[in-house]
Design a protein around this ligand. Sequence first.
Ligand SMILES: [Zn+2]
Length: 200
Amino acid sequence: MITYYAKPLAKLINKLSGFPGVGSKSAQRMAFYILNLPTEEAQALCEAIIDVKQNIKECPICHNFSSNEICEICSAANRERDKLCIVAEVKDIISMEKTNEFHGVYHVLGGVIDPFNKKGPDNLNIKDLVERVSKNTFEEVIIAVNPTVEGDTTALYLSGLLKNFVKKITRIGSGLPVGADMDYVDQATMTKALRGRREM
Ligand SMILES: [Zn+2]
């Protein structure tokens, strides 16, 4: 179908259809939208993409994205440094932040243990997590991964590794539907899940 388009348009549709959740119909709509943008708007869009690629770094402490060396959360003076929340992806930090209930610091794993997709503990940011937890005094470690089989496996594995260093390890889950993705859960449900976290 893409061959019906003029070459540059086909190329753009092809690139856009590689985005997560974007099918060929949406890619086509987006491409036509871009085509109709004033040139300076299209230029600004390109620059925003390049800017993200060049200026966003990974925080060496928590693996959050950051435009500074250390991310905003790790460097903020008003965060509770004795509370750590472990999440799978950077976007999960945003879900947690939106609840406005957690004021601690984070650690991003970069995924969950998923043997079917050849993702084991060595492919995740677990080694430095253990080091971080062993060297700091955390009053509570909250494991906030999705309530899926992979999430459960990851949470169990982590609590086994961390229990020697922390008194209280909790898991967010109750209130979240089984198999739910934190990304799609509304703020009220997420707040309820956080409040209802259970000790592991
Ligand atoms: Zn950080």
